[in-house]
Design a protein around this ligand. Sequence first.
Ligand code: NAP
Length: 244
Amino acid sequence: MSKPVAVVTGASSGIGAASAKALAGAGFEVVLGARRLDRLEEVAEACGGRALELDVTDQTSVDAFTDAIDRCHLLVNNAGGAVGAETILEAKDEDWQWMYETNVMGTLRVTRALLPKLLESGDGQVINIGSVAGREPYATGGGYNAAKHAVAALSRVLRLEMFGQPIRVCEIDPGLVQTDFSLVRFRGDQDKADAVYEGTNPLTAEDVAETVSWVATRPPHVNVDQILLLARDQTSARVINRSE
Ligand code: NAP
């Protein structure tokens, strides 16, 4: 019997790469998408998956990516991130547009394109990687908060619209996870990125990947709607224990 197919966006690093590996370990045939094809191919090789170039901000790229996928049982919308940490007063349009295009429009484009194949599978599932930032606004988080709140809205609307259809929808909202996330947010400034995780014990990409894999392997009648996943050292977006 052929394996179920899982598609993971943003699988070239961090949570996406770890999720692709975890899903392969759980018995899925994995299709990995991201812009950095060299890194993507390394991850694909490690998990026996298929690497396909994908820029979720570009409809032509999304079309080429999704056209190359015949069967799809699970879509993990993980591509995303933050750029900048300015106040609303100092917000830069291009940063907000990047965050909206990547997190929100990217999730919309890939989901819309793969929904017919997810439905055809007879047991489809969409897992969206949101964030604690999509539940709880914080000062200097405006653009990322707005984008992840929109991902949360999209997830819940999709769940409502798929009612009665063989599609499950889950939103996983991690808190602090040590990945390249902060390096991207601070435009390559390693010191600023390191300071985010200093003195604390954050989640790892593998912690989130295990959660993705657990959600993905529940029986078909079980829909895990939402998960807020925090490190023990974090109780809300900005309350982080740094006593280590
Ligand atoms: P990461 O290591 O920077 O991974 C981000 C991934 O998104 C990369 O694989 C990147 O690949 C991909 N990506 C970015 N823009 C893309 C585009 N236009 N098209 C396709 N892929 C794109 O950070 P991460 O922490 O694993 O982030 C994964 C997700 O978790 C994001 O949605 C993030 O918002 C969310 N999250 C992270 C944290 C955290 O603290 N780390 C907490 C909560 C939620 P390429 O650059 O190769 O395209």
